[in-house]
Design a protein around this ligand. Structure first.
Ligand SMILES: Cc1cc2nc3c(=O)[nH]c(=O)nc-3n(C[C@H](O)[C@H](O)[C@H](O)COP(=O)(O)OP(=O)(O)OC[C@H]3O[C@@H](n4cnc5c(N)ncnc54)[C@H](O)[C@@H]3O)c2cc1C
Length: 288
């Protein structure tokens, strides 16, 4: 049962920014697809007095691919990602995450900014975006700033976003041709399941040398994180099965998984090791 709240439906970004700043005396909370916020409001985990729906502003939704960059509007849905031909060529790991995301009804409503802003360590769109070096654009009445997704989360359910700021875009540089990005979600079943381990890898290779390695891990720490020490073992090197295994082992060291109803910490560590090694091997194999 929902408790009472005020609902606003502005049709301009300025209108939203005014309402989340102080609205009519009570700062409003942004509502996008509602697949997380409404669930939390029903369970009374959060009880905002005022809510502002973003769905009446078409400019907030969509995928723009230019020569250099990809930009997602905050209200771009998981289904939009799945239906995008352009992302298949410049963010395929994100499309893989969208394929593994919830069920069809949730995919039609759930948005990319909602996935980031709900701050879950198991958010499926975050590992591929982090491995793509994505940035989050935050806007408020006093201006805008850009934060690397890698630096966005500060702790379990904590982030750098002020309550008067709205995520208005997510962008990353288009990948060079000699690069590959991959994602795998391990869960208890294929559809509609919370992630047990999510691994995203992004690699660029030139002349038989690994020039860029990114490894992002989901559901194995208080936040999605990058295994940076494992990445640095690979950059500048010609990868061998032994080096890949060592980097995957290092990635497990950088995580801090917990036991919960879905899996033990030991199983999660094993999942990181196996999936990281598998994705690195696939990426290297495709690029050499
Ligand atoms: C049945 C079910 C299955 C699910 N399966 C998955 C899954 O497989 N993988 C997964 O990762 N998640 C899953 N989820 C969780 C949820 O669907 C996602 O996190 C989704 O992306 C949230 O997006 P939303 O648009 O619905 O956000 P909302 O519920 O509208 O909002 C979530 C939070 O984000 C804030 N917010 C929204 N937009 C913005 C913005 N532009 N700027 C700042 N803050 C904003 C809201 O204030 C709120 O705090 C599932 C949920 C359900 C109910």
């Amino acid at each position: 049962m929902l408790s009472g709240f005020e609902l606003d439906l502005p049709d301009t970004l300025v209108g939203v920014l005014d309402l989340i700043a102080d609205g009519r005396g009570t700062p409003a909370v942004p509502l996008a697809g509602g697949t997380s916020l409404i669930v939390d409001m029903r369970a009374r985990r959060t009880m905002p007095n005022a809510v502002v729906w973003l769905g009446k502003i078409p400019e907030l939704r969509g995928i723009q691919v230019t020569q250099d960059h990809v930009r997602l509007g905050p209200c771009t849905t998981v289904s939009d990602i799945l239906n995008s031909d352009e992302l298949a060529g410049s963010g395929v790991s994100l499309v893989r995450a969208a394929e593994a995301f919830g069920g069809q009804m949730v995919r039609n409503a759930a948005t990319v900014a909602g996935n980031i802003a709900c701050n879950s360590p198991a958010s499926d769109l975050v590992p591929p975006l982090m491995a793509l070096d994505a940035e989050v654009i935050l806007e408020s009445r006093s201006g805008s700033r850009t934060v690397a997704l890698d630096r966005y989360f500060t702790g379990y359910k904590e982030d750098v976003r002020r309550t008067d700021e709205l995520i208005t875009g997510i962008s990353w540089k288009r990948q060079e041709e000699s690069s590959v990005d991959l994602f795998h979600k391990l869960a208890r079943r294929k559809g509609d399941a919370i992630t047990v381990v999510g691994v995203a890898v992004n690699m660029a290779v030139s002349d038989g040398t690994c020039m860029r390695a990114r490894i992002a891990l989901g559901a194995v720490a208080p936040t999605v994180l990058r295994a940076k020490r494992a990445e640095s073992m690979l950059e500048g090197e010609t990868l061998t099965p032994g080096l890949i295994e060592a980097a995957a082992r290092q990635a497990t060291e950088e995580a801090s998984p917990i036991d919960d109803v879905r899996a033990s910490a030991t199983y999660r560590r094993h999942g990181i090791q196996v999936l990281t090694a598998r994705l690195l091997t696939q990426a290297w194999g495709r690029l050499t």
